[in-house]
Each structure stands twice: as structure tokens, then as C-alpha cells.
Design a protein around this ligand. Structure first.
Ligand code: AMP
Ligand code: MG
Length: 375
């Protein structure tokens, strides 16, 4: 199928693009569009056939429900049998914004959207282009992230194009996504609301409004827990190269692991803060093994703040699929604020290959410690 690529410029011409994009969605087609979290793949959320095209374009398992996007707070009403006080308080505090609420679903929501669940996930995005598009469509827009299932979510239109060219009717280019991680998903149907997926609206922000919030225990990646957000059980965000996440004290071993992996002849990708990248560049052991000509060391610093890490993470993970190092070593961060969401995505990207030091001993979850870490 031919895929249109339409650039939004924040001027009068955008109105025409929006009309064309909305007409495609109204006709049952799929259009990718920017939001403040990541790019979404949008279709008429009340039309099962249109929704089926989203699953087909992504190769998404159909037991993984979609989020319905609205552009006015009152548009949630027809989608639900009722909102409780917690849901109302969260809407009041955080909509429009990167917060998805799971609520009891009404009959008009097709099973294709909710994957047969009795609940539906709803979000009112803050991105101006997303709002204009949804308004022009005049219907709730079902929209998962605009990547092939399992790949890191796209945070710019080129990354969408790479995955979706030929598979959807159009891609709208609205520049880079500000937050860079998918929305926080909160189940409001439980007596104490539960975070099913951490995101831009943090645990601390939710606590301030609700006083009490649980975190789905399955997010720790421990076997035996079934995640309540079906999508969280899938391998996700994963670059093709083997990735290890160094948490806590183990992050202090980064320079040594890099040097030893280089020594073994590996091409090493490193995901770390700018300060750590500077330190690695100045480290004598690393310097002795790094070879500019063969590009055996791929340092990809994400910046200094957790917000910069969130904004750059998916782009950098996707970049590793272009450069294809033999191994990726990622530096863990603290889990305060958006750090919780970042660490959730990094753990999944690493396939839960988490390196830590417990009682002075090096441990690896989910696999065998590679030889270069044992020197
Ligand atoms: P995506 O749109 O790809 O960012 O994924 C949406 C996330 O929300 C997935 O993890 C889904 O499993 C989750 N989700 C959507 N609807 C529901 C629901 N009714 N109950 C629980 N989780 C949901
Ligand atoms: Mg997704």
C-alpha cells in the first residue's frame, strides 16, 4: 500500500493535512501521528475492522488491548459505565497528559479494542497535533505505539517510517516526542489504584493526588506474577544485540567490563550518562583497547537528567539495531521520578539480563554471566 508522509509545520497548511488524515481514519484506515509520549498508530476506535488493521500493521498479538485517545474530557463518558472518585481526581489532575486510565468499559467499545476485557484504557493526550487530529476525526482514536511489535517505540517520524512504510495509509511528522516513553497506565477499577505501566506521570505525582497507589508486582520481572496489563508480558523494546543492564553497585564495574569485552574482540555498545561517557573516554584501560578505525566502542550518551534519558532512550535503542554491536552494556539509574519508567523499559530491553552485586558477589538474572565479566 502507498503510505503518505505529511510534515506538520505549525502553520495554516496543517489544517489541510489534518483533514486528509482524519478522512483516512474515518474511512477505516490507519494513520501514524505524534503524541507527547511516543508516536501512535491511530484508527477509528469504534470500528472493529479498522482496529484489526492496527494489529496487522504492528504484528501485535490480539490479546493485547489498545488505548482509546480522546480530545475532550467529556468524551470519556460514552466509553465507560461509570467513573469512580479516583478516576475523576486523576483526570482532573493530569488530563490532558501522559496518563492512561483503565476504567469499566461500555458496550460501544469493540472487543477488538479491549481484547475481550471488561475494562478499557483511555487517554487524553496533551500534544496539540494529536488533539487536532482526534477532534477532526470526531471519534475516539485507538492508538498503540507506532512500531513493529517488540521493537522500541518510535519517538520521531523517521523511526515510524522505518517500521510502517507500506503498511499504513499515512505518517504525520510532528517532530520529536517530548517525553519519549509511553504513558503511565493506572487501573482505577481497584479499591486502591494500581500502576500497570510506569511512565511520564510518576508514582510520586500519583501519590500526591490519591494518597495510596499500588505498583503491579509483575513489573519487577519476577517469575510467577502475571502482569495485569497484558502488553507488559511481551518481550519489548529489545535491540537485536545482547544487552546487559548494570544496576546499583554493578554500574561501577562498567569501565572494567567495557575494557574486558573489547579485549575479547567484541564490538561494545554503551548506553550511559554523558558524565560516564566522558569518564570512559578518559579511562586508560578502555583507551588501550578502543580502536577508532574499527569502531569497536560505540559510546551513546543520553545526557545528564532522567528526563533526557527518557526522551533519548528509544531512539538510542533503535540506533543499536543500525550499528549492531556484539554486546550492549547499559548503566542503570535511580528509580525516583521518571527513573521508575526508564528502568522498567531498560529491564525489558535487556530481556531482564540484570547485573548486580549482592554481598560482594556478581549476579546475573536470566542468563549466564558472560566470560568478559568474570576476569
Ligand atoms: P501501547 O498502546 O502499545 O503503548 O500499550 C498499551 C498498554 O496498555 C499495554 O501494555 C496494554 O496491555 C495496556 N492496556 C490496554 N488496555 C488495558 C486494559 N483494559 N486493562 C489493562 N491494561 C490495558
Ligand atoms: Mg507499544
Amino acid at each position: 500500500m502507498q503510505t503518505y508522509f505529511w510534515k506538520l509545520q505549525n502553520n495554516e497548511q496543517d489544517a489541510e493535512v489534518m483533514q486528509k488524515a482524519a478522512a483516512l481514519i474515518q474511512a477505516g484506515e490507519v494513520v501514524a501521528f505524534p503524541t507527547e509520549t511516543v508516536y501512535g498508530l491511530g484508527a477509528n476506535g469504534l470500528n472493529s475492522e479498522a482496529v484489526a488493521k492496527i494489529f496487522a500493521a504492528k504484528g501485535r498479538p490480539n490479546d493485547n488491548p489498545l488505548i482509546l485517545h480522546i480530545a475532550d474530557v467529556k468524551d470519556v463518558e460514552p466509553l465507560t459505565t461509570g467513573l469512580n472518585e479516583n478516576a475523576k481526581a486523576l483526570m482532573e489532575a493530569f488530563w490532558p497528559g501522559p496518563l492512561t486510565l483503565v476504567v469499566d468499559k461500555s458496550e460501544i467499545v469493540p472487543d477488538a479494542v479491549s481484547a475481550g476485557l471488561a475494562t478499557v484504557a483511555v487517554r487524553f493526550p496533551a500534544n496539540q497535533y494529536a488533539q487536532e487530529l482526534i477532534k477532526a476525526c470526531g471519534c475516539p482514536v485507538a492508538a498503540p505505539s507506532a512500531n513493529i511489535s517488540g521493537r522500541p517505540s518510535p519517538t520521531n517520524a523517521q523511526d515510524v517510517w522505518e517500521d510502517m512504510q507500506g503498511k499504513v495509509a499515512a505518517v504525520l511528522d510532528g517532530g520529536n516526542c517530548g517525553i519519549g516513553l509511553e504513558s503511565t497506565v493506572v487501573d482505577t477499577t481497584e479499591p486502591v489504584p494500581v500502576i500497570l505501566r510506569p511512565g511520564g506521570i510518576t508514582y510520586e505525582m500519583l501519590m500526591e493526588v490519591l494518597g495510596e497507589v499500588d505498583i503491579d508486582p509483575a513489573l519487577q520481572g519476577d517469575a510467577g506474577y502475571k502482569p495485569k496489563a497484558p502488553g507488559m508480558k511481551y518481550r519489548h523494546y529489545a535491540p537485536q544485540s545482547a544487552m546487559y543492564l548494570l544496576e546499583g553497585e554493578a554500574a561501577g564495574k562498567l569501565a572494567q567490563f567495557v575494557a574486558d569485552a573489547l579485549e575479547e574482540g567484541k564490538r561494545v555498545g554503551v548506553l550511559c550518562s554523558s558524565a560516564t561517557a566522558e569518564a570512559l573516554r578518559a579511562n586508560e584501560n578502555v583507551l588501550a583497547k578502543a580502536d577508532a578505525a574499527s569502531k569497536n566502542l560505540l559510546l551513546t550518551p543520553w545526557g545528564e537528567s532522567l528526563e533526557e534519558l527518557a526522551a533519548n532512550l528509544f531512539y538510542l535503542l533503535r540506533d543499536f539495531d543500525r550499528t549492531m554491536p556484539d554486546v550492549i552494556l547499559a548503566e542503570g539509574v535511580g528509580e525516583n521520578g521518571i527513573g521508575l519508567a526508564v528502568m522498567n523499559r531498560m529491564r525489558k530491553a535487556a530481556g531482564y539480563q540484570i547485573v548486580s552485586i549482592i554481598d560482594g558477589e556478581l549476579r546475573l538474572k536470566n542468563g549466564e554471566i558472560p566470560a568478559f565479566m568474570l576476569k
